[in-house]
Ligand binder design. Structure first.
Ligand code: UGA
Length: 450
């Protein structure tokens, strides 16, 4: 929405949320306090805020004045009830649609921006068309479009400025044209793809499923490389040079994280089972099984290398965000790996340049640990990396933050308790550099170095 306001000064964009603290943070005069860290975002907000970009909790007023409404609420995986563990919880989409039905005036275009299961537009339409209690209802009309978002966190502004494609799914050509006119202000026409509404909804799930499948494929090969003497970088280069495979999105990792891939695949699996395609559901579910396996493999490997026990050992974990350049920790591989190590008795020092203590506490709040504090290790948030490296038995690099590449690794290694280990789960360094450090080094997808 900030990028739309930037390119379309004639359009007034208002963001509404029921969470007052979030809206207050978006309106904070100190741009460092915006609720989301995203490179380039604060500059766009600064340019447009209170010009044609507004943040408000007055939902009724904003809806009644809007000609077009983007529903961009979260759609987490259901935790209980029908479809628990797989289907998306659409309660926020539903309540947003109800609010629109209640407060809108005249003709309103509703754009489904949240990632939703196929046929959600139907649910929205049904709510909009059946708001009988409203006396003004005869004066209202609606068009529903689907326009899923393909930006990735950490590169959101770049992706929005120069998307590979924009999708608009729908049936009402006037509504489609109105939305297309907005995108055309900065996106070339050939990149704007028009589809039917279900293709648009399904394409979003399939794009994420294909991307995640690629990551599980490459991560599944890392173990094989480590055991056979092959080097994952060389394999990636060899296969990526085949233009049919392509070079992008093949970096090995401790497992993919983020709020989307797991949720969307679970959704796809649910959809396949719903339509009776059990083999297809099992096929896609394996992408998640491999992702889980990689996280477990790495934490087990740390324990094994440290003589089969980490009880009481000091371990420094570098990075808690699910990828660099974001403060988002949802589904971060750091969560699973930290929990496994704490369960094994480790004393973890966790560092991240953008994630704060409170956020980590939320992710690591483990009920069994609280009930039985003596049977496990512990964790601390640590800003000073050199201080936490003192007498550490291991350092594990989880997130590929640029600043970690620039640390004085010679100094860090000299501070550690020997025999010490460094585990590089992101391949952030050329391995030749490590030989001089005089400590044990493990890197994902590389044959054992020491
Ligand atoms: C993903 C998609 O890339 C976006 O296109 C999509 O719009 C978004 O989900 C969404 O549905 O909202 P995002 O989760 O923000 O974006 O970030 P990605 O760059 O896809 O990274 C996801 C995870 O994969 C991260 O943990 C990252 O470290 C990992 N990854 C990525 C790798 O392990 N290797 C790679 O080569 C690339």
């Amino acid at each position: 929405m900030a990028v739309i306001s930037d390119h379309c000064p004639q359009i007034e964009v208002t963001l509404v949320d029921i969470d007052e603290s979030k809206i207050a943070a978006w309106n904070d005069s100190d741009l460092m306090n915006l609720p989301i860290y995203e490179p380039g975002l604060k500059e766009v907000v600064k340019r447009n805020r209170n010009r044609n970009l507004f943040f408000s909790t007055n939902i009724a007023k904003a809806i009644s004045e809007a000609e077009m409404i983007f529903i961009s609420v979260n759609t987490p995986t259901k935790l209980s009830g029908l479809g628990a563990g797989y289907a998306s919880d659409l309660k926020w989409v539903e309540s947003s649609a109800r609010q629109v039905a209640k407060y809108s005036k005249g003709h309103t275009i509703i754009v489904e921006k949240s990632t939703v299961p196929v046929k959600t537009a139907e649910l929205i339409k049904e709510i909009l068309m059946n708001s009988e209690n409203d006396s003004d209802f005869n004066k209202k009309s609606f068009s529903v479009l689907s326009s899923p978002e393909f930006l990735a966190e950490g590169t959101a502004i770049k992706d929005l400025e120069n998307p590979d494609r924009v999708l608009i799914g729908g049936e009402d050509y006037r509504a489609i044209d109105t939305l297309k006119e907005i995108y055309l202000k900065w996106i070339p026409e050939e990149k704007i793809l028009l589809t039917n509404i279900w293709s648009s909804e399904l394409s979003k799930l399939i794009a994420n499923a294909f991307l995640a499948q690629r990551l599980s494929s490459i991560n599944s090969i890392t173990a094989l490389c480590e055991s056979t003497g092959a080097e994952i970088d060389e394999v990636v280069k060899a296969i990526g040079n085949d233009t049919r495979i392509g070079k992008k999105f093949l970096s090995p990792s401790p497992g993919f994280g983020g709020s989307c891939f797991k949720k969307d695949i679970l959704n796809l699996v649910y959809l396949c089972r719903y339509y009776g395609f059990y083999s297809i559901a099992n096929y896609w579910e394996q992408v998640l099984v491999i992702n889980q396996w990689q996280k477990k493999r790495i934490s087990n490997l740390v324990v094994e290398k440290l003589f089969g026990t980490v009880t009481g050992k000091k371990i420094l974990l570098l990075g808690f965000a699910f990828k660099a350049n974001t403060n988002d920790t949802r589904e971060s591989p750091a969560i699973e790996i930290s929990k496994n190590l704490i369960e094994n008795g480790a004393q973890l020092n966790i560092n991240d340049p953008k994630v704060n203590n409170k956020q980590i506490e939320k992710e690591l709040s483990i009920k069994e640990f609280e009930e039985n504090p003596l049977s496990h290790g512990s964790w601390n948030f640590e800003r000073d990396i050199y201080k936490s490296a003192k007498n550490a038995d291991a350092i594990i690099i989880i997130t590929e933050w640029e600043e970690y590449r620039e640390l004085n690794w010679q100094k860090l290694s000299s501070l550690m308790r020997k025999p010490a280990w460094i585990f590089d789960t992101r391949k952030i360094f050329p391995k030749e550099k490590w030989v001089d450090l005089g400590i044990n080094f493990w890197q994902v997808g590389s044959p054992n170095i020491k």
